[in-house]
Write a protein that binds this ligand. Structure first.
Ligand code: ZN
Length: 177
């Protein structure tokens, strides 16, 4: 029997990330770990860790993706819940045997090489459920992403320092004149 380990994330569809952060980050006090463009999901996603899990704010970047249609039809709100499972193939088999309707009969590869599959809301009392299995490469991929992110932040900091320096030098020069 495959086993559910924890809630990995809850995904909310929003039409304005900044407005949504006004509640989730500013009012509630969650930390924003990063915002990422996810072309394969045609979305921009903001990640807010909550201990072992994460809240994800998803804003569609095209008009015809599933998330975009969902947003148009229902407005902003809950999109799906994602559960981590120890063996996704076995779980999908198990569900099929019980007559559960699957959107993905076999796992697809998501961001960072993780295996994911969706269960149809018709079989879950109206909630889109995502299953996810941690791949062995994922911790390495995550580390690399974090490193790239850190490098980008440092590069941006350096660019800012140069601008600040030029600005200060300008001030000093003006002061001398
Ligand atoms: Zn998800």
């Amino acid at each position: 029997m495959a086993r559910i380990k924890r809630i990995d994330h809850v995904a909310l569809v929003v039409d304005d990330i900044d407005a949504a952060l006004g509640f989730w980050r500013d009012a509630l006090g969650l930390e924003l770990s990063h915002v990422e463009d996810v072309p394969e999901q045609e979305s921009v996603v903001a990640f807010l860790p909550t201990g072992e899990s994460e809240v994800e704010l998803v804003r569609p970047t095209t008009d015809d993706s599933g998330v975009a249609k969902y947003l148009r039809k229902r407005g902003p709100g809950m999109h799906h819940i994602c559960l981590e499972v120890d063996d996704i193939e076995e779980m999908l088999q198990q569900l099929k045997e019980r007559g559960v309707e699957l959107i993905n009969e076999t796992p697809t590869l998501g961001t960072g090489g993780k295996k994911i599959a969706f269960i149809h809301p018709r079989s879950t009392q109206g909630v889109l459920v995502e299953l996810y299995e941690l791949s062995p490469q994922e911790p390495q991929i995550r580390l690399e992403r974090a490193r790239h992110l850190a490098e980008r932040v440092v590069a941006r900091g350096r660019a800012m320092a140069v601008t600040t320096y030029a600005f200060l030098r300008g001030l000093r020069r003006n002061g001398e004149e």
